[in-house]
Design a protein around this ligand. Structure first.
Ligand code: LLP
Length: 419
């Protein structure tokens, strides 16, 4: 369910024609729907109404400050993986007691910042990290609530690049080691073992891996209880998939039902880290056709958006639905939709049935709200695209297009090269 729809053959976001935004902002650009994002959060959050929980939006999916502020207004928290995300989440007003920190390589500086901010929980991912936390908590004389991110060795059957809970992955700690780490934590005056966490992967389309994960975490909690440790939080990460093409992911109600059934009555607060499911279909990426180029074997629509803006097709061979902004019913032309970057891997779609398009036509790439802007870069010295938030009849530029000045703002010239 989203609010990008055709009205009289022209694509709108909520009540605003995409063309009106393009006229003001230019292309390429990202457009987010406030109504869609809000609805997705509310549906997700409400689905867990029967158990105590905090939905900590996974900032990595899209950390635009306006979106983080929406999450905060709706009562959500944040799942962060860096000092930068901590900074952005706090800046957007997300209360520190709704922030959880995961990540395999947290630096000392990042851990210090998280301890100082009094966040809800730090999810420890290695013995080395625990050793550093012991040292920091003592020297800062602060009680630090922690969990161990366990690797439950469950196959979520998703793309290998976004699987995280297998034995061979770098994430989390295997149970035998986790047990040992919990015992170490229990002896520390300044570390509080408050939770257990895990995240098994992303774009997961079945319930079974989630159920298996919760069961496995439950049994770990019981074993720890047996040793006299009482945890209050169980963090099951994110990972619920969305429809990009014809996938049929479980809806949030179905997802919540199986998890609620497992956890009801256990007295644990559930922490969730949803990213894609909230923001993926809340955003589109809009680009303009620069040229239509035909070679004997192929037709290329060369557009002004590229892999630096939206890398998912190039990186994961991901499918994103693409439609012209002016509705056109034909899909008779098989084309590659490519960007201007000097790489053959720079494509948004391959062998895609599309209507006949001409120079200047606009296309909308759907499902671009998650891992779109947040994975963008300046490759080929391309300025990063602007981001626009639509709310009902109005639109707001929530990030300007970068300037050429932005491209060199961190650079400095060594004296021997000055003229
Ligand atoms: N929690 C942790 C610890 C994570 O590592 C992730 C995603 C999430 C939560 C949120 O997962 P979600 O609900 O969005 O599935 N760039 C890839 C996805 C990478 C996901 C990384 N971790 C893509 O574009 O498909």
């Amino acid at each position: 369910m989203n609010y990008f729809e055709y009205q009289k053959s022209e694509l709108y976001c909520e009540d605003v024609p995409i063309k009106e935004i393009v006229k003001a902002v230019g292309t390429p650009l990202y457009i987010y729907s406030h109504r869609t994002f809000t609805r997705h959060f509310q549906v997700f959050d409400n689905a867990f109404r029967e158990i105590p929980h905090v939905a900590c939006y996974s900032c990595k999916a899209n950390a635009n400050g306006a979106l983080l502020r929406i999450i905060n207004k709706l009562g959500g928290g944040a799942d962060i993986v860096s000092g930068g995300e901590l900074y952005k989440a706090l800046r957007a007003g997300i209360p520190s007691n709704k922030i959880v920190f995961s990540g395999v390589g947290k630096s000392e500086e990042e851990l210090r910042a998280a301890i100082k901010a009094d966040i809800l929980m730090i999810n420890i991912e290695s013995g080395g990290e625990l050793a550093l936390l012991k040292k920091l908590s003592k020297s800062m004389k602060k009680k630090v609530p922690v969990s161990i991110r366990v690797n439950p060795e469950i196959d979520p059957k998703t793309h290998p690049y976004i699987t995280t809970g297998l034995k061979k992955n770098k994430f989390g700690v295997l149970w035998a080691d986790a047990q040992r780490l919990y015992r170490e934590i229990a002896k520390e005056k300044y570390l509080l073992p408050v939770g257990i966490s895990s995240h098994i992967g992303s774009q997961i389309l079945e319930l079974a891996p989630f159920i298996e994960t919760v069961r496995s975490l439950k049994s770990m909690v019981r074993q720890l209880e047996g040793e006299g440790m009482t945890l209050s939080m169980i963090d099951i990460g994110g990972g619920l998939g969305i429809t990009y093409k014809d996938e049929l992911p479980p809806n949030p109600e179905e997802y919540a039902k199986v998890i609620t059934e497992e956890l009801k009555g256990m007295g644990l607060t559930l922490i969730l880290e949803p990213g894609r499911v909230l923001v993926g279909n809340s955003g589109i990426f809009v680009a303009k056709v620069l040229y239509v180029k035909k070679v004997p074997e192929k037709t290329f629509y060369i557009v002004d958006g590229a892999m630096n803006d939206l890398v998912r097709p190039s990186l994961y061979n991901a499918y994103h639905d693409i439609k012209p902004v002016d509705e056109s019913l034909g899909t008779g032309t098989k084309v590659d939709i490519v960007g201007p970057i000097c790489e053959s891997g720079d494509f948004l779609a391959k062998d895609r049935g599309m209507p006949e398009l001409n120079q200047g036509d606009l296309i909308a790439i759907f499902g671009a709200g998650a891992y779109g802007y947040s994975m963008s870069s300046n490759y080929n010295a391309r300025r990063r695209a602007p981001e626009v938030l639509v709310k009902d009849k109005e639109f707001f530029i929530v990030r300007k297009r970068e300037t050429f000045g932005d491209l060199v703002k961190g650079e400095s010239t060594p004296s021997f090269l000055e003229v």
